[in-house]
Write a protein that binds this ligand. Structure first.
Ligand code: S3P
Length: 425
């Protein structure tokens, strides 16, 4: 597809619902008593995969676009699915659902697309096996398809080698079905939506800086969840507003949970002008509007405990770095290699196509900003965040760029191009 250029961006936009929170609202609603109403649910393909998996396990879910109603059946109310559960492209569905499936009194198989079949699942197979789960990888390669058989679980204290909210949430969800308490310690704090929302549904959850734990067998009760806008989706508009001269945009309803707001901290360090307005709390999550004005960006360092708070925003930060003055160093981000694509490779190759000076490293990349940039033929490698990042870059390049497989934005942001080009002048 052809990507558009723009002179500047102007106007206001309300960002669609948060992907992580939308998944969790469906899952926790399904294993609670009574109904859960979810407003501003993200109608992206990943979250729709979660809905279809729970429907296959006997949960009635009404999807009315603006509102989703989940008719929960309680912790022990799921039914054996009659065919494999299809998670599509969704890592969150795969790993969180695995925690739930490990505790069920029925066998099940979980499978997904070609990308999911390559993503590492040992990170959940190991702790679930320690809990007593009967989980195996069908092909013996520690990837999906995953097969679950009934077994009784016991709580563990798990020292996780990776800071991953998907791993943490998987273990906590299995912990609901275990005998005794379950806890997990991470090398750095990952996003805490599971802890916040499970507690709201009635679970006994303890949480510290990089630790979380649950007690088993809670009485979960359906809730009304208003999903905040996804800061990971807002990131593309933040970047576009900063990069295009004379732009001023208001990005409304953005979730700014401190375990997710690394993009703002990195952008401020790069000299970004972003004002937080109308700060409030929505369904237990901090939310605000962001007023973004074009800014001359400078290079920065992105590393350490900050990485989990902006892991999905590194592709767009790398694009910002290419337009910035000076050097940006991204370290400690090896996790980029196991996302929807190997994002060290897919970011680097696309940046080079537009003339940027970038060097891939073992755990990140080094970008020398300020080289002359030009329009290019980009490839999303079927990774939604790569497609959106380089569509933003294309706005500021000197001629028409193209994107191969750009439609994969439907994973997390089906109306992305329309929303972006509506603001363009
Ligand atoms: C997610 C956690 C992150 C993130 C993913 C969504 C979640 O993955 O990259 O897009 O909803 O828990 P990891 O926890 O594996 O880093």
């Amino acid at each position: 597809m052809e990507l558009k250029r723009a002179k500047k961006l102007n106007g206001a936009i309300a960002i669609p619902g948060d992907k992580s929170i939308s998944h969790r609202a469906i899952m926790f609603g399904a294993i609670s008593q009574g109904t859960t109403e979810v407003t501003n649910f993200l109608q992206g393909a990943d979250c729709l995969s979660t809905i279809s998996c729970f429907k296959k396990m006997g949960i009635e879910i009404e999807n009315n676009e603006s509102q989703v109603i989940v008719h929960g059946k309680g912790l022990h109310g799921l039914k054996k699915p009659s065919s494999p559960l299809d998670v599509g492209n969704s890592g969150t569905t795969t790993r969180l659902l695995s925690g739930i499936l490990a505790g069920q009194p029925f066998s099940s198989t979980l499978d997904g697309d070609a990308s999911i079949r390559q993503r590492p699942m040992k990170r959940i197979i190991s702790p679930l096996t320690l809990m007593g789960a009967d989980i195996s990888s069908k092909k013996g390669n520690n990837c999906a398809p995953l097969i679950f058989h009934p077994s009784s679980l016991k709580g563990i204290r798990y020292d996780s080698p990776v800071a991953s909210a998907q791993v943490k949430s998987c273990i906590l969800l299995a912990g609901l079905y275990a005998e005794g308490g379950t806890s997990i310690k991470e090398p750095a704090p990952s996003r805490n939506h599971t802890e916040l929302m499970l507690r709201a549904f009635g679970a006994k959850v303890i949480s510290g800086d990089a630790t979380a734990g649950v007690l088993p067998n809670p009485k979960l009760q359906g809730q009304h969840i208003q999903v905040p806008g996804d800061i990971s989706s807002a990131a593309y508009f933040i970047a576009a507003g900063l990069l295009l001269p004379n732009s001023e945009i208001l990005i409304k309803n953005v979730g700014v949970n401190p375990t997710r707001d690394g993009i703002l901290k990195a952008a401020y360090a790069m000299g970004a002008k972003i004002k937080k307005e109308n700060e409030r709390t929505v369904s237990g999550e901090p939310v605000c509007d962001l007023f973004v004005s074009s800014s001359q960006l400078k290079g920065t360092e992105i590393a350490g405990d900050m990485i989990p708070t902006l892991i999905d925003e590194i592709p767009i930060l790398a694009v910002m770095a290419a337009f910035a003055k000076g050097t940006t160093v991204i370290r400690d981000a090896e996790e980029l290699k196991v996302k929807e694509s190997n994002r060290i490779d897919t970011v680097t190759v696309n940046l080079k196509r537009m003339g940027a000076n970038v060097t891939a490293t073992k755990d990140g990349m080094i970008i020398e900003g300020g080289t002359p940039l030009h329009c290019a033929g980009f490839d999303s490698y079927l990774d939604h965040r790569i497609a959106m990042s380089f569509a933003v870059a294309a706005l500021a390049l000197d001629g028409p760029s193209t994107m191969k497989n750009g439609e994969c934005v439907n994973i997390s942001y089906p109306t992305f191009y329309q929303d972006l080009y509506d603001l363009a002048e």
